[in-house]
Design a protein around this ligand. Sequence first.
Ligand code: CLR
Length: 264
Amino acid sequence: HDLMAIHPYNPLEDPYSLYPHSLRNIDELCANIVRSHRETSQYRVEELHALRWKLFNREEIQAYQSKSVDEMWQHCAIRLTEAVQYVVEFAKHIPGFRMLSQNDQIALLKTGSMEVVLVRMSRFFNTENNTVFFDGKFAGTEVFKSLACGDLITAVFDFAHGMCALKLTEQQIALFSALVLINADRPCLEDKGRVQRVQRSVEFGLTHILHRDNQESLMHKLYQRVAVLRSLCSLHMEKLRWFSQRYPLTAHSLFPPLYKELFA
Ligand code: CLR
């Protein structure tokens, strides 16, 4: 995969680069992305940490498990769509994103927003008991039983676990999320070159903070996670097609418009 090859990028050698032309600009680029991440991340890490032992009890788990398949899908689609809305806000403040055409912004969000939600999930994950913060409390995989897609749920939880193992800082998560979103290899881009320039600036920013944190070896591990993200998102799409076939009415009339727009 193209994304797997990391070229040390020197913007000074790129006559077309928009960003960053100096170390000060790189710091500024990183600061902007980190601020945007902070302002759109719903909960601060400390808040989530304080809540990490607030678990669903047996009756509450029972209640989720006795929902019908389409009821639980609709519920989760609404929660996912809320999360996606924050990712859209995050994207808008990545330097360079708003300079892309509307078509290209949508193309990047269509393929990348779910991936960023999954990256962000690691902040909402408690590795000590394999639970995720969902609907106000921490939930294990059993809570999602009535979705009838156990393989997807297991894969998503495994991914969160693996992300947590990297012990990323908030700044690293912010830059990595931006990099996941701004990807010139996505299909249906009008101006690939322009996306590529924004991508390089974000890559340069991530390299910069990893270097500053003395954690350059993380870059390789992060690119490995990108490949896993791809497969998770195609699994999500596959499940969504399966669901829409079985429950066309729910998928058509009860799913949030943004969810349909991005994934259908
Ligand atoms: C991700 C980080 C966001 C907040 C957030 C909201 C909704 C959560 C999501 C996080 C993680 C994944 C999640 C989702 C709701 C349902 C979904 C728990 C924590 C699970 C994996 C079910 C997916 C079902 C689809 C197949 C519809 O900032």
